[in-house]
Design a protein around this ligand. Structure first.
Ligand code: NAP
Ligand code: MG
Length: 403
C-alpha cells in the first residue's frame, strides 16, 4: 500500500506520563502504517523542558506560528511536588499558558459525540463548543479586604497624564473591593479567533456578556465583536449560511439548555471557566473532550482536554496493562491531519483523518469501549470493555476496511 505523502510538516509536541505512552502507540498503530508522517518534533516532556530551561516550549510555539498546525500531547504543569519528583531546576510555567500567550490564542473545547453515550441534557444531539477568553477580568483583578468602613475610588492615570477619578462606594463598615481590567487588543484577538473557528467548522457562533448591567466593560466586548464581525466576517458567514448571534449571558444559558447543540458559545473568562466545566460534565467524560487553540491569524493547535492521567501512569509503571481511553488524543491527530490536508490541498490526508475519525466512533458505537465509558453507556446497550491496546486494535481493524 502506498503511504500518504505530506508536504508541510506538522508541529508535533510530545508530553508526559500516560499520554506520552499513548502518543507512541497511536503513532505506531494508527498513523505510521498509513502516512509518511512529516513532523517537526518538539519534546515537551518535563525532563526536556528542564534541560532546555523551557526554551523548547517557546520553540514549539514559534514553530506552530510558522507552520500553522500543531498537535500536542498533555504535559505536566509543575507544582511543588513535581519539582521534587523530577528534581527540577525551576517550577516551569504551564506549557499551555506559554504557548497560548505566544500565539495570543483562544481555546475551544468540544466533546466527541457517540450514539450510545447520551449527554445528561437529552436534547443535546450535536456538540456544544465552548470558547473561553483566557485573559484578564477576575483572574488578574486586584482586591482589597477593607477591615473598616471608608471611601473607595477608581483612579486611572492615562499615558498622557489625564487623571480620571470615580467614586465606587462609601463603605459603612467592613467589606470587600475588587478592580479588574481587560484590553481591547486581547478582546479583538479573542473575537478574530472565534470568527475564524466558526468559519473553519461551519458552525454558528454565539457570544454572551452582561452588557445591560456592565455598560462600559461588557459593552466594550459586545461592540468589538460586532465591529469585527461586520468588517471582516459577515460576508463569509452569510456565504456559508452560518450565523453570529449576540445575547445576554443568562438568556444564552437558558437557550443552550433548550438547544440541540451544534454551535460555538464564546464566553468571557469567568463565564467560560464555569460553563466549560458544566457543559463537559453534561456531555459525559473528560476522556471524550477535545481542545483546540486558535490564534487570531489562523494557527491551530489540537490536543486532548485531559491531563497526563498520572494515576494510570503510576499503575502502568508497576506493570499494569493500560486501560486509559485514547479517544481525545486520537482526535487531536485527526483534527491536525485534517487541517494540514485542507491547507495543503492533500485530499488523501483529509480523507484519512475522516476515516480514522469514523473508525473511532464506529468502534464505540459497536459497543467496544474502555472502562471509563462503560459506566456512561446507554443502559441496556451492548458493552464490551477492552484495554487501551485492544481498543486501538479494534479501531485499526475498522480503519483498514476504509483505507
Ligand atoms: P487528568 O490527567 O485529566 O486525569 C484526571 C482523572 O480523569 C484520571 O485520574 C482519570 O480518572 C480520568 N481521566 C482523564 N483522562 C482520561 C482518559 N483519557 N482515559 C480514562 N480516564 C481519564 O488530570 P490530573 O490527574 O488532575 O492531572 C495530571 C497532570 O496533567 C498534572 O500534572 C497536570 O498538570 C497535567 N494537565 C495537563 C493538561 C494539558 O496538558 N492540557 C491539562 C490538565 C492537566 P480515574 O483515575 O478515576 O480513572
Ligand atoms: Mg475550571
Amino acid at each position: 500500500m502506498n503511504k500518504i505523502k505530506m508536504r508541510t510538516p506538522l508541529v508535533e509536541i510530545d508530553g508526559d506520563e500516560m499520554t506520552r505512552v499513548l502518543w507512541k502507540i497511536i503513532k505506531d498503530e494508527l498513523l505510521l502504517p498509513y502516512i509518511e508522517l512529516k513532523t517537526e518534533y518538539y519534546d515537551l516532556g518535563l525532563p526536556e523542558r528542564d534541560k532546555t530551561g523551557d526554551r523548547i516550549t517557546v520553540d514549539a510555539a514559534m514553530a506552530t506560528k510558522k507552520y500553522g498546525v500543531a498537535v500536542k500531547c498533555a504535559t505536566i504543569t509543575p507544582n511543588k511536588q513535581r519539582v521534587e519528583e523530577y528534581n527540577l531546576r525551576e517550577m516551569w510555567k504551564s506549557p499551555n499558558a506559554t504557548i497560548r500567550a505566544i500565539l495570543d490564542g483562544t481555546v475551544f473545547r468540544a466533546p466527541i459525540i457517540v450514539k450510545n453515550i447520551k449527554p445528561v441534557v437529552a436534547n443535546w444531539e450535536k456538540p456544544i463548543t465552548i470558547a473561553r477568553h483566557a485573559f484578564g477580568d477576575v483572574y488578574k483583578a486586584s482586591e482589597i479586604r477593607a477591615g473598616e468602613g471608608g471611601t473607595a475610588e477608581l483612579v486611572f492615570t492615562s499615558a498622557s497624564g489625564k487623571v480620571t477619578r470615580m467614586k465606587v462606594c462609601e463603605l459603612d463598615g467592613p467589606g470587600v473591593l475588587q478592580a479588574m481590567f481587560n484590553k481591547d487588543s486581547s478582546i479583538r484577538s479573542f473575537a478574530h479567533s472565534c470568527f475564524k473557528y466558526a468559519l473553519s467548522t461551519k458552525q454558528d457562533l454565539w457570544f454572551s456578556t452582561k452588557d445591560t448591567i456592565s455598560k462600559q466593560y461588557d459593552q466594550t466586548f459586545k461592540l468589538i465583536f460586532e465591529e469585527i464581525y461586520n468588517t471582516h466576517y459577515r460576508a463569509e458567514f452569510e456565504r456559508l449560511g452560518i450565523e453570529y448571534f449576540y445575547t445576554l449571558i443568562d438568556d444564552a444559558a437558558s437557550r443552550v439548555i433548550r438547544s440541540s447543540g451544534g454551535f460555538i458559545w464564546a464566553c468571557k473568562n469567568y463565564d467560560g471557566d464555569v460553563m466549560s466545566d458544566l457543559v463537559s460534565t453534561a456531555f459525559g467524560s473528560l476522556a471524550m473532550m477535545t481542545s483546540i487553540l486558535v490564534s487570531p491569524d489562523g494557527c491551530y493547535e489540537y490536543e486532548a482536554a485531559h491531563g497526563t492521567i498520572t494515576r494510570h501512569y503510576y499503575r502502568y509503571l508497576k506493570g499494569e496493562t493500560p486501560t486509559s481511553n485514547p479517544m481525545a488524543l486520537i482526535f487531536a491527530w485527526v483534527g491536525a491531519l485534517s487541517k494540514r490536508g485542507e491547507i495543503d490541498g492533500i485530499d488523501e490526508l483529509s480523507g484519512f483523518a475522516k476515516n480514522l475519525k469514523r473508525a473511532c466512533i464506529e468502534t464505540i458505537e459497536g459497543g467496544v469501549m474502555t472502562k471509563d465509558l462503560a459506566a456512561l453507556a446507554v443502559p441496556g446497550s451492548k458493552v464490551t470493555v477492552v484495554n487501551t491496546l485492544e481498543f486501538i486494535t479494534e479501531i485499526k481493524n475498522r480503519l483498514d476496511i476504509k483505507q
